[in-house]
Structure formats: C-alpha cells, structure tokens
Design a protein around this ligand. Structure first.
Ligand code: F6R
Length: 634
C-alpha cells in the first residue's frame, strides 16, 4: 500500500505534494512525509528539506505550515506500515547518510536484510527500521561510483544510478528519487506496483493512483512494469528494463471524481451505505435497458464468444471482494449450473489448482490494485500461456470499480461495477455493486448455457429489479434500529455471525465489517458447522447474530440458532418480520424475498450495525486503525 507522489515544475512543490497525498490517504495513514529541494539558482547550492509526521496527513500539513518546505521539486509519501512501527523515524522520505538523496517507496523490498547487512558492513548507519532505507544508501553508493568514473551531476546520472541499483532489489516497488545535486531532475521507477505520470503545463506530477492527478493533469502516462523515467521541467524520458528509450502517447485522464463531500452524514461510511439503493437503481437501468428483462437477457459488454467455451470458473479475490465472489460462486453454480471455485488470491498465487481447460478466471477487486489479486492473475496468465492446447489459453475477467486500474490493464474483459468513489475504508457500496455484477453475470451465463428456462430467468430478473425499493426501506429502518441497538454492544467482546447457503458469505462479511470498524472480535461460521467446535466458545457474554431467511436452509438455521440459545448465548436474528421467531432475543427485520436475492438485503443490517457500534465507541469509522483502502503489498 502506501501512496507516493512526486512533482517537478514551476510552482511550489509542497502544496502540490500535500494535495496529492490528501487524495491518496486511503492507501495508508500511519504517517506522512515530504522532501523538497530548493533550486541552485536561488541558494547557489541545492538544499534538501524533509518534513515528516506520525499519524494522519493533517499532522504533516500543520508541520509544513509551521516550518515551511520550499522548492519546485519534491516527493511525498503516505504510509501503511510494513517494516517498522508507524512512527516518525520510519516515515518516508528516507535519505542516504549525507542527506543528499531522498526516496519514497510503495512496495516491499524482500531482500532488504541482506542488502542492509552488506551496507552496514561498509560502514553505513541506518536511521530507520524500514526496508526502504536501503534504497537511498544504494543510490548514494552508486552515484559516488558513477562520479568516480567521470559521470557529471545531472539527471541522466541519477537515472543510471537508479537503473543500476534496481537490479539488486527483489520484490515489488514504486519509487521516486531526488538528489540535491540535480534540483531539476526527478527519477521514478516501478516494478509490479502502480505509478502514473500526469502531464501538466511545464510540470509533471507522478503518483501511485490517478485521483492524486485530478485537477493537475488532463493527460497521463501510466508506467509499465520495470520502467524507469527521468522527469525534468522540459519533458519525460522513459526507459524499459533493458534501458531502451520508450515512446508512448499519453492518454486522457477520465473517470476521476474530483470532489466527494460527506454532505449531512457524520461519516463517509454511512453516506455510502445510504447510496446503495440509488446505485442499484442505476445498475438495473444500465443492465436491463428497455426490452432486455422481457427477453430474459442482461446487457453486459461481452459477445457470445466470451460465454460459449466456458466450462468452469475460478474466482480469486481478497477480503470483502472474496465474500462477494463466494456469493457469485453460489449463484453461478446453483442458477447457471457452472462449476465455480473461489480462492483467497494470496493462497492461489502459491498453490494454484491444477490447470483445467476452458476456464474463466475472475479477479474481483474494487480498487483494481490489490497486489495479491494481481499476482494471482499474473501467475495464471504465465502458466496458461505456456500451454499448446488452446483450450488452456488464459480467459480473464476483472470485476472492478476502477476501469483505469492495474487489473484493467492485465485482463481481456472488464465488468465495471460503477459504484462511484468509495471513501470509507470498509467496503460497503462496492461490496453490493460486486454482488450485483455477479447477479448480471449469472443471468448471462444461465441464458447462454440454457441452464434455466426463459420464464425462470425473467422471474429472477424481476426479483432483482425489486431490490432498490427494498433497499430503501431496509437502509432507513436499520439505520434507526442499529443506532439504538449499538448501545447494547458497548461492553461486547465477541460476536459470532451464523449463516448458511447463500447467506454464509454474508455472515463472514458481517464479522469482517465489525472487526475492522469496531475492533471487536467477530467470526462468521456456516451455521451447521458451529456444533463441530466453535460452539465451545458460547456463554452468556457472547453475542450471536443469525441470518435466517426463508428458503432451503431456513429450518436448519433455526435449529442451529436453537443450539446456540441452549448455551445461553444472546441471540439476534436477521429474519423476516412476519416469521415471529421467538427464539431470537431481538429480530432485525428484512423483507420476505427469495433466498437467491436475499444477500442483497441481509448485508444492510450487518453494515449499519457495524457502523453504529463503531461510531458509538467514538472510533475513526472511515479510516480504521491499521487498514488501507488499497492493499498494494503482498
Ligand atoms: C473490507 C475491505 C477489504 C477489501 C480487500 C480487497 O471492508 O475493504 O477486505 O475487500 O482488501 O480489496 P479490493 O476489493 O480492492 O481488492
């Protein structure tokens, strides 16, 4: 994770860097820092200033206001700690011993211990516990070496130094480097980590993600893997890993929302929960335009050749996106009849299942930047491309909220979930949008594979079309119910969520939302699995939340809930109002809908309860501790 920005041009760098970092804060907020160089003309000698602060960006902004930071070139970083505690000493930028080279980095240098030992043996003293710090020391050593060979202090020398030391680095990284001796040159490099150059008017801004470029650049140049670039006020020189100069036409920066307001909501998370009915309305309008529902069809951007060869599906994803994938797998198997398996992307990467022919591999990621998901897909492409039999060729689909992201550049097919920018770190509306994408895909496969009759598909579509109406009702109602109920959780330490069938992933999602926003220990289980061990955890202090939606597993969930009740656990049911279920101490009512579409509604009380419990505890709901919105490290 972490966000990096770098700027060179005619304006003061610090305000541009801080503005860029503000837009990247979703990538990490453990600490932030900037370094700038004042130009040679002004002070006859380059002068490098670094400002760093622990915690959120506001701390850094105040520091820069107090102490200043001048110069037209600079680099900035917002950190999600990997190596070393989230304190000031480990905040980026990191420097060489003489304070001449400054570096910001996003990624992980996997062999940093070896490199550090080697540098320490040469007398280098390290100031931080980070993996990144080896980079400025290596660059500094390389610059000295190059200068001893007659290289001048210019941008190309800095570029050469970065190119040379990059062969020593294992892992993935995006980095930006400045050198006090070249106040008109900025070098950026990327390996398996995103970096985009924005082209302004005689200035360039480079960042981990496009939102940081909004308002600065209209055209962008996304860097490709293992590229290194030299940026000067005069232009960009881009080189590939073999050192060959690259010429690429910049593309237009599109689809970036500039301003996102909280409006009257206390937190973005609550606002985004409230946005879900309208988002579902828009999704339905886009995917079931006039005449489509009547013809049992869904409008997706794929032609027949996309669906026809597919015999099985594999889904790779992380966190909430994996939970959405699990519901997708249930739908694809139970409604469209396609064998589908779901994997943790981080596990699949190192232990993939044996290759199967005619397999669609779906990466689900709202950010489009999750390193584990990207790596799993890269691995899949590599092993499939080596196969002679065309049945094994890679067929990759991304379900994402960011059509301009790294995943979009990796796959042949994209399904845009169109949720709009999500600011709250805990996924809410993007989760629901991913679910909707899976409903659309399921209908498309069912119709192409004729696994359901037109009547069955039409009925399913009509049910989906009723969802926004129900969502409106459920969001309103549960906002009020959860606000009151949250007080009962003030001393709660453990919560267990139970669900079965298509609602089992919602139990997992409920537990994840509560953990990440309120820091309460929570687990989700398939209700039938409780008796095989987890039931030992139950006592009167444990809160159990059970999803009991009428359908094939309704009675089973009720029996499993009874078993929890018999162990004195406090029991809340997410169930239809009409179901008069006296076993529950409290019912969180949901409309009576078919089991297949129920996850679109049962997730709402989960989201709102987590939100209100966290808000009631006075926690930082939108930016919970230790998390980031885009997880770009393995
Ligand atoms: C949970 C959450 C995370 C993400 C996970 C994957 O609220 O936000 O679990 O779902 O990090 O992120 P994406 O979807 O960007 O790949």
């Amino acid at each position: 994770m972490c966000g990096i920005v770098a700027v060179i041009g005619s304006r003061e760098a610090a305000p541009l860097l801080l503005d860029g970092l503000r837009k990247l804060e979703y990538r990490g907020y453990d600490s932030a820092g900037i370094a700038t160089i004042e130009s040679l003309e002004k002070v006859k000698k380059g002068s490098l200033t670094s400002r760093k602060a622990k915690g959120k960006l506001t701390n850094l902004s105040s520091l820069v206001d107090e102490e200043g930071s001048s110069g037209h070139i600079g680099i900035g970083h917002t950190r999600w700690a990997t190596h070393g505690k989230p304190d000031e000493i480990n905040a980026h930028p990191h420097m060489d011993q003489e304070g001449k080279v400054a570096v910001v980095q996003n990624g992980i240098i996997e062999n940093y211990r070896l490199l550090k030992e080697e540098l320490e043996a040469q007398g280098i003293k390290f100031a931080s516990e980070t993996d990144t710090e080896v980079i400025p020391h290596l660059i500094s050593r390389e610059l000295k070496e190059l200068k001893s060979k007659g290289f001048d202090s210019n941008g190309l020398t800095l570029l050469t130094a970065v190119q040379n030391i990059s062969t020593l680095l294992k892992g993935s990284y995006a980095l930006a480097v400045i050198w006090v001796e070249t106040p008109d040159s900025l070098v950026v490099a990327s390996k398996e980590a995103p970096l985009v150059i924005g082209l302004g008017e005689s200035e360039f801004l480079c960042a981990s993600d496009t939102p940081a470029l909004a308002g600065f650049a209209r055209t962008i140049l996304p860097m490709e893997d293992r590229e290194v670039a030299l940026l000067t006020p005069l232009g960009i020189e881009l080189y590939n890993s073999e050192g060959i100069r690259q010429q690429r036409t910049p593309s237009l920066l599109t689809g970036v929302e500039h301003v996102v307001e909280k409006k009257h909501f206390r937190h973005f998370m609550l606002k985004e929960i409230y946005e879900q009915p309208e988002m579902a309305d828009l999704w339905i309008a886009r995917h079931f335009p006039k005449g489509f529902a009547e013809k049992a069809q869904v409008a997706l951007p794929f032609d027949d050749s996309f669906y026809e060869p597919i015999e099985q599906i594999q889904i790779v994803a992380c966190g909430s996106s994996r939970h959405a994938g699990m519901i997708g797998a249930y739908l694809l198997e139970q409604f469209a009849g396609i064998p589908t398996a779901v994997f943790y992307a981080s596990e699949f990467r190192y232990a993939p299942s044996p290759l199967t022919p005619n397999t669609l591999v779906i990466g689900v990621t709202q950010s489009g930047e999750t390193a584990d998901t990207l790596a799993a897909l890269t691995m899949e492409v590599n092993r499939r491309e080596g196969q002679k039999d065309t049945a094994y060729q890679p067929r990759l689909l991304a379900i994402t909220n960011r059509v301009d992201s790294s995943i979009a550049r990796k796959v042949q097919h994209i399904l845009d979930i169109g949720a709009g920018l999500e600011v709250g770190v805990a996924a809410t509306k993007t989760f629901l949008a991913e679910l909707l994408a899976f409903y659309g895909l399921t209908i498309a496969f069912a119709s192409h594979k004729k696994s359901k009759t037109d009547i069955e598909i039409k009925n399913f579509i009509h049910e989906i079309q009723s969802v926004p109406h129900y969502l409106r009702e459920v969001v309103q109602k549960h906002d009020q119910i959860s606000e009151v109920l949250a007080h009962q959780f003030s001393g709660t330490k453990d919560v267990i969520y139970l669900g079965r069938g298509i609602n089992y992933p919602i139990a997992l999602e409920g537990a994840l939302k509560l953990k990440e926003t309120s820091y309460i220990h929570a687990e989700g289980y398939p209700a039938g699995e409780m008796k095989h061990g987890p039931i030992a955890l139950l006592d009167p202090h444990v809160q159990v939340i059970s999803i009991a939606n009428p359908g094939i597993v309704f009675e089973k969930v009720l029996s499993n809930s009874q078993e929890a009740k018999a162990r004195d656990a406090k029991l809340i049911g997410i169930a239809p109002e009409s179901a008069e279920l006296e076993i529950f101490d409290k019912i969180l009512p949901i409309p009576e809908v078919s089991e297949l579409i129920s996850p679109l509604l049962t997730v709402i009380p989960m989201q709102l309860l987590s939100y209100h419990i966290a808000a009631n505890r006075g926690l930082d709901v939108d930016q919970p501790r230790n998390l980031a919105k885009s997880v770009t490290v393995e």
